[in-house]
Design a protein around this ligand. Structure first.
Ligand SMILES: Cc1ncc(COP(=O)(O)O)c(C=O)c1O
Length: 432
């Protein structure tokens, strides 16, 4: 058997204090997928995370007890109205939105990006320039590129060698013709975090708006749309320990100004002017439960409910998650650096983990990423290979988009022991 890359004792010594603070055992007990005896190491969370039991319970309860249309004059329908209203409040707390009506529910992030881009495309006027980034998921690129048909002019915010987006590079692109900056809060491929507040400050200084693809960030840190100062922000529930659904936040005034398509009887105000037809209510119930799950993380069961607001509890939980995940990023980077021939893309300095989330893309010599991912899969370690829906980024980093790289994407329910299993499995593959 190959020698252990990182021993458990080593990791505990390195990360001791922080690990003790994070309630990892309690967390893992709440996720049925982690306890069914499959032994799977879930390192493909950027493609969708597992759900805790209360999320399933909320969806189940909704379907079994009140699978009816909202807006009716009877108990179950009124309960549906209450579930949706509550969900707008919990999701508003997750994002620190000023008003729950700034939250719209729907299918997924991509369809919301499309909805906003179609609306903006009708109102380009003299401001025709849209800045898109090389770091982004293609959903937040192609959708804006399509507006060239409406006369939009695209400007590219390029990534630096280390996979970061630099604000001084953005400044060179901004001008009085800029209509919008569309960029990510964190890269789903490299894990790089973007300074959203810095982007918004600079964009607003020239009168432009900011659209944030926030799909990858919320499982890893606290989102604060008021502090960030962006104008639109989109998320996917299935990355945040919820079901497959998406939600859009928009600053109220920005949403009010968006021209959208509606049936005559739908009021021209948010959220109704944004939401298309009937959305999946059980998924909204599940998403609300996922937010409550996150808010409860910082509290031991049986501990008296603190008077803190939902928002305050969320911020506390996300701080715990961020600190714990920093230890995961460090251990993963140290372990990968110790394997000869492994190249980690993006911010790969273990002392700079504050610039990233534990989403790590790498290649190993000439081994095709698909082969590596399949061999890890045989060992019950779930990772992803390919271009991660960011083929332009791959090209920029000198990676063939056809082959791409291997991505290990961790969240707070992953452990140092799983990292050890992953690194040992990699070593084992090299030994064969
Ligand atoms: C960063 C990022 N943006 C957008 C998307 C698309 O999200 P959705 O599947 O909700 O449309 C994804 C999905 O993986 C993503 O990771």
């Amino acid at each position: 058997m190959a020698e252990l890359v990182v021993s458990k004792a080593q990791i505990v010594r390195q990360e001791g204090t922080r690990m003790a603070e994070f309630p990892i055992e309690r967390v893992r007990r709440m996720f049925p997928a982690l306890n069914r005896g499959s032994g799977t190491v879930f390192f493909d969370n950027a493609a969708g995370a597992q759900i805790p039991q209360p999320v399933f319970a909320a969806m189940n309860d909704h379907l079994l007890c009140r699978n009816v249309q909202r807006g009716g004059p009877y108990r179950e329908s009124q309960e549906v109205d209450a579930v949706i209203a509550r969900a707008r409040q919990t999701v508003a707390a997750l994002l620190n939105a000023a008003d729950p009506d700034e939250i719209s529910f729907g299918m997924n992030a991509t369809s919301f990006i499309r909805l906003v881009s179609l609306a903006l495309g009708q109102s380009l006027s003299d401001r025709r320039e849209i800045i898109v980034s090389e770091l982004d998921h293609e959903a937040n690129v192609a959708t804006w590129l399509a507006l060239t048909r409406e006369g939009a002019v695209i400007r590219w915010w390029k990534v630096r060698e280390d996979g970061s987006l630099n604000l001084s590079d953005l400044e060179q692109l901004l001008c009085s013709r800029t209509r919008l900056v569309a960029c990510t809060a964190a890269s789903n491929a490299l894990g790089t975090i973007v300074d959203v507040a810095g982007v918004a400050q600079r964009a607003h200084a020239v009168g432009a708006e900011v659209f944030i693809d926030c799909v990858h960030y919320p499982p890893h840190g606290s989102v604060d749309v008021q502090d960030w100062g962006c104008d639109y922000l989109v998320c996917s529930g299935y990355k945040i320990f919820g079901p497959h659904m998406g939600f859009l936040w928009g600053r109220r005034k920005a949403l009010e100004a968006l021209p959208t398509f509606r049936e005559d009887f739908i009021p021209d105000v948010p959220p109704s002017k944004i939401e298309v037809g009937t959305f999946v209510y059980e998924n909204v119930a599940g998403m609300s439960a996922a937010v409550e799950y996150l808010a409860g993380l910082g509290k031991e069961p049986g501990q008296n409910d603190r008077p803190d607001s939902l928002r305050a509890r969320l911020v506390h939980s996300m701080e715990l998650i961020r600190a714990y995940e920093a230890t995961l990023s460090q251990a993963l980077l140290n372990g990968l650096h110790a394997i000869k021939g492994v190249k980690v893309y993006g911010v790969n300095d273990p002392s700079a983990v504050n610039q990233r989330v534990p989403t790590i893309c790498f290649n190993w010599g000439d081994v095709p990423p698909a082969t590596l991912a399949a061999k890890l899969g045989e060992k019950n370690i779930a990772v992803r290979d390919g271009h991660m829906y960011s083929p332009r980024l791959m090209k920029r980093l000198g990676i063939s988009p056809a082959c791409g790289a291997v991505r290990a994407s961790l969240v707070h329910y992953n452990t140092h022991e799983e990292i050890r299993l992953f690194l040992n499995a990699l070593q084992g593959i090299a030994g064969n």
